[in-house]
Ligand binder design. Sequence first.
Ligand code: SAH
Length: 237
Amino acid sequence: MGIGPGDIEYMSLKAYRVLQQVDVVVGYQTYIKLLEEILTEEQQVISNGMTKEVERCRQAINLALEGEEVAIVSSGDPGVYGMAGLILELVKENPKLEVEIIPGITAANAAASSLGAPLMHDYAVISLSDLMTPWEVIEKRLEKAAEGDFIVALYNPKSKKRIKQVEIARNIFLENRSADTPVGIVRKAKRGDEELIVTTLAEMLEHKIDMLTTVIIGNSQTLKQGDLMVTPRGYQL
Ligand code: SAH
């Protein structure tokens, strides 16, 4: 299930109700923290580090096979770089197990709403994490999205170890778009301590970007409107 970008108000009612019902909640520590006010002492919570996804999902499946109702939590939407695909791959071995995927507001849409309306036209979502995807593939997708004049939301833009990727991505867009193209940088979107910046392709790297950030690069039509970003859809005004 997806719990949305952070604050509980941005979670679906369905997700909220399911979380109250299940016997076990499985997920990365940071997301479990966001759920503290919903979960009760009777519910079992299984949380461990970010890189142990397969182990965590297997554990969840084993508990479900024992008869427990288990919620596996992803931030945002579980089908967007979340746990939904992995769970479906793993349950192939146990086809009788009932699985339901519960959607959530993904970071791109949460960040976009804080920035105004940058995703009003065709857009692409690209993760800059090359932990599981070869960098050449990511670079090619960046080039095609830039050439195609897509608005682009960058997920996993930069970590302590991955610094160059966001610089290369920015340079690919500079080759295809004007240097003053609006760029929105949203950190902790729809969490109490959200940080928001509207800048340009030329200046975006001067701002803080990390793993809690989504970067939205406008297309050739996107405008800065005060502190906001708007991509006109083409209405005659
Ligand atoms: N399943 C999640 C994405 C997981 S990938 C979803 O649908 O949103 C993790 C990346 O998502 C982060 O590196 C960041 O780029 C983005 N992200 C997740 N939550 C965010 C938030 N509240 N604010 C800004 N970016 C966020």
